[in-house]
Design a protein around this ligand. Structure first.
Ligand SMILES: [Zn+2]
Length: 246
């Protein structure tokens, strides 16, 4: 039986599970509900090789409730889930040997001419992460070219790579904020790592000394899951692409 105190506490302090979005016990130990908890696979102890950066780290494997939570954040603007993932990324970065307060936090830019979900999203994460870490936050050092499609519109791995290869333009006026600095690129989800690589090459032009990347989640490779990935393809194409994300 819920007593009046619990009801009032729920109203004031409603805490929602970052996986399923359902309310969780405000006085419980975990932010994640019991059902979703086993699905939050922590992979923050692993370093992933991505071209043009030192290494990439992700907090979770992009599967099960993590996938649901990040989709809710991305497509339905669930700021609570976003805040949860940002805080986990900040905690992960804080433990890295390279980290100090002189590091610069840089989000992956989105399309500037429209209110782009991605833009708001990586920026939302990065802003909160920088605040938590008391690190510098720079979001105007680069921008995304207008011609670049959303990565989800690209069917094959090759298309994704070509689409994103030279996607970002350095903003020369703001670039001096990155000179000689250790830069940490923030993105929500890393799949092939091509977006991070492309952003890293742009940041390098500004004279960044070392570049790392931190994401909320990383899509496991085919080798890791033993499964084949089926990627959404444009409606006019009936073939279902099966790609190897490595
Ligand atoms: Zn849940």
């Amino acid at each position: 039986m819920r007593n009046i105190f619990t009801v009032i506490a729920d109203m004031i302090l409603t805490r929602r599970c970052p996986g399923c979005g359902e309310p969780v016990d405000v006085f419980g130990k975990s932010d994640i509900c019991e059902t979703c908890l086993p699905g939050f696979k922590d992979i923050s102890d692993k370093m992933f090789y991505v071209a043009d950066i030192e290494y990439l780290k992700a907090v979770y494997s992009f599967t099960g409730p993590v996938r649901h939570g990040l989709h809710r954040f991305k497509y339905r603007g669930d700021g609570g889930a976003g805040a949860f993932f940002a805080d986990r990324i900040a905690e992960m970065i804080k433990k890295e040997k390279f980290f100090n307060e002189n590091c610069v936090i840089v989000p992956i830019p989105g399309n500037i001419e429209k209110t782009d979900r991605e833009y708001v999203q990586a920026e939302y994460l990065a802003k909160r992460i920088a605040k938590k870490l008391k690190a510098q936050y720079v979001c105007d050092a680069m921008r995304k070219k207008k011609s670049v499609k959303s990565q989800t519109e690209c069917g094959t791995l090759r298309e994704r790579k070509e689409n994103i290869a030279n996607a970002f333009i350095l903003n020369k006026e703001a670039a001096n904020k990155l000179e000689g600095k250790t830069v940490i690129i923030i993105d929500d989800i890393s799949t092939s790592g091509s977006t991070v690589s492309s952003a890293a090459r742009t940041v390098k032009k500004a004279g960044a000394e070392k570049i790392y990347a931190a994401c909320a989640a990383r899509t496991p490779t085919r080798k890791e899951t033993g499964k084949k990935y089926i990627v959404k393809c444009p409606p006019e194409m009936r073939t279902v692409y099966v790609i190897n994300r490595e």
